[in-house]
Design a binder for this molecule. Structure first.
Ligand code: DGY
Length: 325
């Protein structure tokens, strides 16, 4: 049956123009018209009251309260690959479809993992700070020495799309590749040449551990004191997944104790973190503000895809990006 009126949708942030244009063409759009600031809870609850579609970000908690406030809601589209801020059971109970934006950010996020990895290994941030403080003295043999990456062991925990892209880059550095997933992946092993390890073995064998696992009830807090204690005193720990996978207090203590040797982190238990965060009291960390997918091209592709996903679901068209409940 032909639709007579455009479906109503609510968007929780002003998105880049190409995405807004797609939404306006196909939908009656209402919007939290702000680029930088997340929508307050009461505005969100009010905003969803009359709509069939919701386009949201990782900063919005979409739970049973939101679902109850949205009696007509049929589709939720998140502009992200991760959707741990969304209560999928609450959506499933009402038959609401959830879509996300995988693939378009894979290579960009893998690049950031490598940026953190190399910067941590070679003390890039520490070096710049030393220069800024006017503390760069004459060259001496062990001045600012770091760790080699070339030919070492790279272990990825949660080798999905992004983790596999991280592993592929390791081939260019002649690294020995290891991965840990819930289940072994023979295709990954054959195509990338990575060997499966239990988590404990991966941690003790790897020179670099990169976390790319999703945040679930199972993975929350999976890196704590016991896991860091298994790592080599020369190892580097990188997290570009979600902060709550790591017990941050344990990581700070572990870094102080020298195992791991350094860390590169793009995500934190509670974001945004401030200048008083304990991680900033240890010298051997490189921190970025959750920018794994933050390139112009990728963020535009994510926003556009999120808009296309929402339109597709509301118009009953196929989209490959439906998250299975
Ligand atoms: C994601 O897509 O899940 C990122 O964390 C935000 O780009």
């Amino acid at each position: 049956m032909e639709r007579t009126a455009k479906p109503r949708v609510f968007v929780t942030r002003r998105l880049p123009e190409p995405a807004m244009a797609i939404l306006h063409e196909h939908c009656a759009v209402s919007l939290w018209d702000n680029v930088e600031t997340p929508i307050p809870r009461d505005e969100l609850l009010r905003g969803v009251a009359m709509v069939e579609g919701l386009l949201c970000l990782i900063t919005d908690r979409i739970d049973s309260e939101v679902v109850a406030a949205a009696p007509h809601l049929r589709a939720v589209s998140i502009m992200a690959v991760g959707y741990d801020n969304i209560d999928r059971a609450a959506l499933a109970a009402r038959g609401i479809t959830l879509t996300n934006t995988p693939d378009v950010l894979t290579e960009t996020t893998a690049d950031l993992a490598w940026a953190l990895l190399l910067a941590a290994a070679r003390r890039v941030v520490e070096g710049q700070k030393m220069i800024e403080r006017g503390e760069w003295g004459p060259w001496y043999p062990l001045q600012m020495v770091g760790q080699d990456i070339y030919g070492r062991v790279l272990g990825v925990v949660g080798a999905g799309r992004i983790g596999q892209a991280v592993l592929r880059r390791g081939r260019g550095f002649a690294m020995q590749l290891r991965y840990h997933n819930r289940r072994r992946n023979p295709t990954l092993e054959a195509e990338i040449g990575a060997e499966y390890r239990t988590l404990d073995d991966l941690l003790s064998e790897s020179d670099v551990v990169v976390v790319t696992a999703p945040l679930t009830a199972e993975t929350r807090g999976m890196f704590g004191a016991a896991q860091f204690a298994r790592m080599k005193p020369t190892s580097i720990f990188v997290n570009v997944a979600r902060g709550p996978l790591v017990r941050e207090d344990d990581l700070v203590a572990a870094l102080r104790a020298g195992r791991p040797w350094a860390a590169g982190l793009d995500v934190f238990e509670r974001e945004p973190i401030g200048p008083d965060h304990p991680l900033l009291t240890v010298p051997n960390v490189v921190l970025t503000p959750h920018v794994g997918s933050a390139t112009v091209t990728t963020r535009l592709r994510m926003a556009t895809l999120a808009a296309e996903n929402l339109v597709a679901v509301l118009y009953g068209r196929p989209t490959p990006h439906i998250v299975r409940h």
